[in-house]
Design a protein around this ligand. Structure first.
Ligand SMILES: Nc1ncnc2c1ncn2[C@@H]1O[C@H](COP(=O)(O)OP(=O)(O)O)[C@@H](O)[C@H]1O
Ligand SMILES: [Mg+2]
Length: 264
């Protein structure tokens, strides 16, 4: 029997999708802290344990929140132990509709990269306040990943924000989070970042000048060009996909048209 500490604020799903009134108590900063804390929890499961643990059911109702809104990854009911560098093939796919990685759903091939996919969906859910699949929405908006990619391709990143957010994040912070989410849901599991790398990408936002300086020195070009290159790369990496998710993303242009002034 496992005994857990009692976690005061219930689960994240209740706060994202429950009746919390017109304004959510989850500010952008709290949401980013939840994303980062969850990433740290998953990094521990994937990279800090031997054998590693694949959670298999990362979703908002399995993220508990304490009084200070710190996240706790919970519900290890489906967790699977995996020896290093091993994948596991199962004929009984477990998980939750909308969060399950395409290769796991279609072939039963399981490794930690399927948690990374679910985590990417979770980021999108936290940013938008929308469910991964929502049949009450118009046809183009039912699937959160597809809708979000369309919005980003149409240069409307701000349009994906949860309307219950009282204060909007900076455009730079929003794009950073969306870029991480999009990389995590790459249909090619091998191209998804590892969770440790996800932490690095998320935390880089907090110390932009350190990275800016290093990138500028190494490549002899300003950071805004480096970022633009990354966004281009992301666009290109989404070509040749077979999942059907990518059809709305054009492959030869950056996801966002111009860099924000604050990046200069
Ligand atoms: N330690 C805890 N403190 C507070 N609430 C909890 C705790 N553990 C579970 N819960 C609540 O119970 C719900 C279901 O728990 P969970 O472990 O996810 O089981 P299940 O297998 O039923 O999904 C959670 O979403 C959360 O709301
Ligand atoms: Mg649960």
């Amino acid at each position: 029997m496992l005994v857990y500490e009692y976690v005061d604020n219930g689960n994240l799903e209740q706060w994202l999708h429950g009746d919390v009134g017109p304004y959510s108590p989850l500010t952008w900063e709290i949401r980013m802290n939840i994303i980062l804390g969850t990433a740290k929890g998953l990094t521990y499961l994937h990279e800090g344990l031997e054998p590693k643990v694949v959670h298999r059911d990362i979703k908002s109702s399995n993220i508990l929140l304490d009084k200070q809104w710190n996240p706790k990854v919970s519900d290890f009911g489906l967790a699977k132990l995996l020896g290093s560098e091993r994948s596991y093939v199962t004929t009984r796919v477990m998980g939750t509709f909308g969060y399950v990685a395409p290769e796991y759903a279609s072939t039963g091939m399981l490794n930690e990269r399927s948690d990374v996919y679910s985590f990417g969906i979770l980021i999108m859910e936290i940013i938008s306040g929308r469910n991964p699949v929502d049949y009450s929405r118009p046809p183009g908006e039912v699937n959160l990943v597809e809708w979000l990619k369309t919005m980003v391709t149409n240069r409307n990143a701000e349009g994906v924000l949860d309307p219950r957010l009282q204060e909007k994040p900076s455009s730079r912070a929003l794009k950073r989070a969306l870029l991480v989410a999009l990389r995590c849901v790459d249909p090619n599991a091998q191209k998804r970042p590892k969770m440790g790398h996800v932490i690095h990408m998320l935390e880089a936002d907090e110390f932009p000048f350190r990275d800016d300086c290093r990138a500028g020195r190494e490549h002899g070009r300003p950071q805004r060009d480096v970022m633009r290159g990354r966004l281009m790369e992301k666009g290109v990496s989404e070509s040749g996909d077979s999942s059907g998710y990518e059809s709305s993303v054009q492959t030869n242009k950056p996801l966002w048209r111009k860099q924000e002034p604050e990046e200069q």
